[in-house]
Design a protein around this ligand. Structure first.
Ligand code: HEC
Ligand code: HEC
Length: 204
């Protein structure tokens, strides 16, 4: 016993291995412009590279938090589950008593820090991006069965003008906005469409 006790103390005081560090999210504050891609002669490769650049916005938490692959919106840069607990509900507007519009108004609210924009709701499940690669998001964004029956021009208009999309650049409080500006993002989409709207290959 006399030997065992100090041994046990030594064993127990050994520091526990730290949990594996989660790499910080790669988030970019800026966006390249279409002219940065003009040197690429191969039209398909240029188009793919343009979409990869668009992916910095699409995968940014300001967009992806509303495009989850389950029934819970996410919050913040760490993309934790929404607090207070809320669910998608039957029509993406929340469940009885916890409708999105109970808390989220048409604009950001300073006192409560609740973000807001017109028609605040969760993106339908077929438009889920979270956990998907840029190539997968590209293919589904172009698929009329999963994008709300939108053609490329409709996609452009939606991303250049929709209120929920626009909110991502004016998210209120201390939230990090989506990279670049909405106009710079729109310019990338236009150049992507003009180059044939090709998707990065990593997700066939
Ligand atoms: C507050 C929640 C919310 C935020 C934030 C949001 N979206 Fe959405 N998004 C939606 C909803 C709801 C729809 C479905 C609207 C419809 O079909 O009319 C949608 C649909 C879309 C679509 C068309 C369907 C698809 O997935 O192909 C695109 C493209 C899109 N969003 C892009 C973006 C981008 C880019 C951002 C960030 C800059 C963004 N969204 C931020 C809620 C959101
Ligand atoms: C009971 C009030 C309440 C309800 C109901 C509610 N929210 Fe929220 N929501 C909040 C608050 C508060 C925040 C801000 C949290 C923070 O930033 O610390 C927030 C933040 C968010 C964010 C985070 C934005 C970001 O990128 O960080 C999203 C997305 C969101 N809500 C979506 C929804 C959706 C979609 C619904 C309906 C299904 C909904 N919320 C219902 C209170 C609510």
């Amino acid at each position: 016993m006399r030997v065992l006790v100090p041994l046990l103390i030594v064993a127990c005081s050994k520091p526990l291995p730290l949990p594996e560090a989660v790499p910080p999210r790669q988030s970019s504050l800026t966006l390249a412009s279409p002219t940065d891609f003009e040197g690429m002669d191969d039209r398909v490769e240029r188009s793919q590279a343009l979409f990869t650049e668009m992916g910095k916005v699409l995968q940014h938490p300001r967009c992806a938090n509303c495009h989850p692959s389950d029934n819970r919106p996410r919050q913040g840069m760490q993309q934790g589950v929404h607090e207070p607990p809320v669910w998608r509900g039957p029509d993406n507007h929340g469940v009885t008593g916890m409708q999105c519009s109970t808390c989220h108004q048409d604009s950001n609210q300073d006192h409560t820090r609740i973000p807001g924009a017109p028609h605040w709701q969760l993106a339908p499940i077929e438009m889920a991006w979270m956990g998907r690669s840029v190539g997968q998001i590209c293919n589904q964004i172009k698929d009329p069965e999963r994008n709300g029956e939108r053609g490329l021009e409709d996609l452009y208009t939606h991303m250049a003008e929709d209120a929920l999309v626009g909110w991502a650049w004016e998210p209120g409080d201390v939230r990090e906005p989506a990279p670049g500006t909405q106009a710079e993002f729109a310019a990338l989409i236009r150049a992507w469409i003009n180059s044939g709207a090709h998707c990065p290959l990593e997700a066939l």
